[in-house]
Design a protein around this ligand. Sequence first.
Ligand code: ZN
Length: 196
Amino acid sequence: MPKARRGAGRAPARGAAAGKSRSRAGPGGPPARLWAPWRMEFVLAPKEPGCIFCRFPAEEGEANDRRNLVVHRSARSFTVLNRYPYSSGHVMVIPRRHTGCLEDLTAEEFQDLHEELRLAARLLREVYRPDGMNLGMNLGRIAGAGIADHLHYHVVPRWAGDTNFMPVLAETRVLVEHLHAAWEKIQRAFRERSAT
Ligand SMILES: [Zn+2]
């Protein structure tokens, strides 16, 4: 628990939010701005009615998880790949409860969320072997939250010199294939971990 809190509390990934208002800072702060042009698709896409962070974990089964990019569910949280990632392995760790207010979470929900966050960070480290990671939560639209009504942590693996992250992925079709491969890898890592 202290581990997860420490990671989350320090230098939240201001720019790591899936958000329109991200204009200056990259994940972890201004010096390391990631180039992710496909995110324009997210910014310009019409917003779905309802809350996708409520819908995703409720739609169960492998076909749904593959489509929604859900890689794991815990009792009170779940982990999903970001469809418009800032880097390879960019996931979001999200409480099941629909709230945009951290203080609304019960002690159990809070603990479960942070256990899930720690597990996600550990598995991403094993699968992707990044040089570092940004963990962060943006509270409120002004702070960069793209979906402000439902809390979500971003976990963004980082590599030295990654500010020009895979420009080849700018092509959406390639990115989609990349996302499916990432879903396979991360979902398997979670599955193997819970089987032990
Ligand atoms: Zn919700």
